[in-house]
Design a protein around this ligand. Sequence first.
Ligand code: CA
Length: 227
Amino acid sequence: MRVLIVEDEPELMSYLSLLLGNAGLVVDRTDSVEAALAALRTAPFDIAVVDRRLPDGDGLSIVKAMAKTENRPAFLMLTARDAKPDVIEGLNGGADDYLVKPFEPGELIARVRVLARRRHPKRSLVLNAGNLSLDLEGRNASVGMETLDLRRREALILEALVQRTGRVVTRDVLIEAVYGFDDLIESNTLEAQISRLRRKLRDAGADVEITSLRGIGYILKKVEPAF
Ligand code: CA
């Protein structure tokens, strides 16, 4: 799940990034209407958390500009203004939800989860592939009774692969699902994470494995029986 934060206050931005990152989302950050629109037109986002008061305009103009586009994210607006008309204006303007600052961290996460569920209603919260089970809410993976100790990005990689079990997932799709724009991706970062993940699956006795297709991507499939 990928989220774009549009906020011009550096402290609040760091706080929001930390909260949403810890909740298992891939976070990208922008601080103006213009930068947000550029980001939204460049990559698919599931959710955008948008401040109303931005240096170059009202955050609501982002919602309006994206209204008719195909990959419009769910918009959660933030505002310091607590005037009811402002909230009503936001919701009428096409925002999916509204949160007034200051807010409780738990409330932000809960609202983002509601938007995520609404966006992917059919996405089960527990995904299975063979004897591997991945709990998206708790970000836990287990094989039988054994829990895999996964780092955040390893869990995101596994999520992207399990959702497409048996199908090829290109390197670009994986990178988009796992990293934000600002993340420094060295050429072998993904490969290193995949190889750790592969080892963890094997050590836990998973009956699925990650196979590389050189130059194309990866596929999660049943372990071929050895003869
Ligand atoms: Ca602001």
